[in-house]
Design a protein around this ligand. Structure first.
Ligand code: B4P
Length: 197
């Protein structure tokens, strides 16, 4: 099977993963898999999966791995025609990263690159406080929940960067600056890979 451009967009809460994903999808025509968006969709539809996820998300905790992995498996299996995937906010734990490798291997695919958006903690908090004014998201609403999300990220998600670093796939990008400048940094990484895919 022909290799596709499959990327992981990585970073702490509020790093701008959702924001940059929109631009990446437009330029490279990738299939977007955002686990946060998928959970919020389930929640909006009142499904059992959504209600299960809500208990964790609203408190800033990570949703259990088996729930997340099952949902991503369904989404990958249901995608028949694609130039490749952008995984946004997934994997968030090492077991999720291992599961993703297995899912892609069985489809004759692999991760091409992980792009990590680097943003200092104070800037993250400020962005999430600003978004709270418009998002209506329970997990943006107070400093305690934001702090829990950052702590979950440090304890459980940061090791995922080391996992891809070991595979020689981690690229760090400065996530502070204008949205366009950050996207220019991402293009420098993805354009050459896109030609190879
Ligand atoms: P997500 O939906 O993934 O969201 P996020 O980490 O909060 O934000 P993101 O980085 O996408 O930031 P955005 O672009 O919006 O996760 C939410 C929750 O879902 C998790 O806490 C967890 O409970 C659950 N979950 C999701 N995936 C999971 C998984 N795999 N396993 C377990 N649990 C999971 O940007 C944030 C703000 O910054 C926006 O207001 C934006 O306008 C602003 N911004 C963006 N770029 C900027 C820039 N360059 N300068 C200034 N502001 C900027």
């Amino acid at each position: 099977m022909q290799k596709r451009l499959n990327m992981v967009l990585f970073g702490p809460p509020g790093a701008g993963k959702g924001t940059q994903s929109e631009k990446i999808i437009e330029r490279y025509n990738l299939t977007h898999i955002s686990t946060g968006d998928l959970f919020r969709k389930h929640l909006g539809e009142g499904t059992a999966l959504g209600l299960e996820a809500q208990r964790y998300m609203d408190n800033g905790k990570l949703v259990p791995d088996e729930v997340v992995i099952g949902m991503v498996d369904d989404k990958i299996s249901a995608t028949t025609d694609s130039n490749g995937f952008i995984f946004d906010g997934f994997p968030r734990t090492v077991p999720q990263a291992e599961a993703l490798d297995k899912l892609l291997t069985s489809a004759g695919q692999s991760i091409s690159v992980m792009i990590s958006l680097e943003v200092p903690e104070e800037e993250l908090k400020q962005r999430l406080r600003n978004r709270a004014k418009v998002s209506g998201r329970a997990d943006d609403q107070d400093d305690e929940k934001i702090q829990t999300r950052i702590e979950e990220y440090r304890a459980k998600t940061l090791p995922v960067a080391a996992y891809y670093k070991t595979q020689g796939k981690l690229v760090m990008i400065n996530g502070v600056g204008s949205i366009e400048d950050i996207f220019a940094g991402i293009r420098q990484v993805l354009d050459p890979l896109n030609q190879l895919a």
